[in-house]
Design a protein around this ligand. Structure first.
Ligand code: DCP
Length: 363
């Protein structure tokens, strides 16, 4: 048994859990796979093109369902193109044997969300995506569906990440108020704190041209997910500039990268997750949001002034987004222990101190 403290498990604990057989990688971890508060999950040898997304439900394994639904098996060891509009299920190299007091949650890596590759983790007998109940023993699979750009992936590609939680980890609004007074979690003077701290969109713009963000082009070339700085921005994105009214009309079905107005700060003893502002506001949403590492935006880790990236879509109708409109909430959680290495401090971090930044694939 590994002795664990309550909270989100840090890199050290993830390594101890792996040595104890709670996390079972098929092959040894890649060098930077264990992050300050999460573990990147690697694609395994095979993927399957399926007719539609599914959940196995209480009585079935993912493999049972694949036998019914899969119509093409893909060898990932030689690399494979995943096309937009199709749904794939890939084996993951990590499997779990969680004790009864440890649960897990998956999320797309920020780089995956920024290229609009919709991905979720599914497990045997599960009735929901991405949340893995305490005590789960079994394999992990990734559902992958590129929405905007076709992507090239292979065995070892890391699209999603896993956090491990023990006990009650989430800060109440009262605790978040106290944390903000002490450590300033966002730069707004009077942040709105309700089920997390509100994050709003910046449509005033950055730099001399007042760039507010990018709209993805359609019918583009491939993005090789494992090759940073391999794609030209102009081939994949249209830049967007602030208008006099500081508004942006979102086209239904289009994908946008925007940035938060607030600089965001995750102090070293905490981790955060961005969630859509209000699931009932159906017209538009921050589509991937995602995990924020301990140390993101932390001055001591070179991150002062880091904005959050917002991956935004409008649903069925065109929607006018206004400068300063709240689009997401950051929920803060306690770390079980302070990670020895923080985000930005020498862990190959791509997004520390960013203002408006596309994924690392673009130059
Ligand atoms: N909507 C989001 C989600 C995350 N982040 C930031 C906070 C995270 O701490 C950082 C890195 O996130 P990931 O670890 O998910 O990203 P990658 O693994 O893709 O990037 P890196 O290579 O920098 O670790 O990006 C962000 O600015 N906006």
């Amino acid at each position: 048994m590994v002795a664990l403290k309550d909270g989100i498990q840090s890199a050290d604990a993830i390594i101890r859990l792996t040595q104890a057989g709670v996390i079972k990688p098929e092959t040894p971890f890649a060098s930077d796979q264990v992050q300050p508060a999460s573990l990147d999950l690697r694609l395994g040898k095979r993927a399957y093109r399926v007719r539609a997304s599914f959940l196995p439900g209480r009585n079935h394994t993912v493999r049972d369902r694949l036998e019914q639904l899969s119509f093409h098996e893909i060898d990932l060891s030689i690399g494979a193109i995943l096309e937009t509009g199709s749904v794939y299920i890939a084996e993951l190299q990590e499997s779990l044997a969680l004790p009864g007091n440890l649960s897990a949650a998956a999320n797309p890596k920020s780089s995956t969300g920024r290229i609009d590759v919709f991905t979720r983790v599914i497990t045997d007998r599960s009735q929901e995506f991405d949340n893995i109940g305490a005590g789960y023993h079994g394999p992990l699979f990734a559902e992958i569906s590129p929405r905007t750009f076709p992507v090239l992936v292979r065995t070892g590609t890391r699209l999603s990440q896993l956090r491990l939680r023990k006990g009650e980890v989430r800060l109440s609004d009262a605790d978040l108020h106290l944390l903000h007074q002490r450590e300033r979690v966002v730069t707004s003077a009077e942040p709105s704190i309700q089920d997390g701290v509100a994050v709003s969109v910046d449509l005033a713009g950055f730099g001399p041209d007042n760039l507010i963000g990018y709209r993805a082009k359609r019918h583009t070339g491939l993005v090789d997910v494992d090759k940073p700085a391999s794609c030209r921005i102009a081939d994949f994105w249209e830049p967007l500039y602030a208008d006099a009214r500081r508004t942006l009309i979102l086209d239904p079905g289009q994908f946008y990268i925007l940035a938060s107005k607030e600089a965001v700060h995750v102090p070293p003893d905490y981790a955060a997750e961005m969630v859509p502002f209000d699931p009932l506001v159906g017209e538009f949403r921050v589509h991937y949001a995602g995990f924020f590492d301990p140390g993101f935006g932390h001055a001591g880790a070179g991150g002062e002034g880091s904005r959050a990236v917002l991956e935004v879509r409008s649903r069925d109708v065109p929607f006018i987004l206004e400068d300063g409109q709240i689009v997401g909430r950051l929920v803060y959680e306690r770390m079980a222990e302070r990670p020895q290495v923080l985000y930005g401090a020498g862990v190959g971090s791509n997004y520390q101190a960013q203002s408006l930044k596309l994924s690392k694939h673009f130059k």
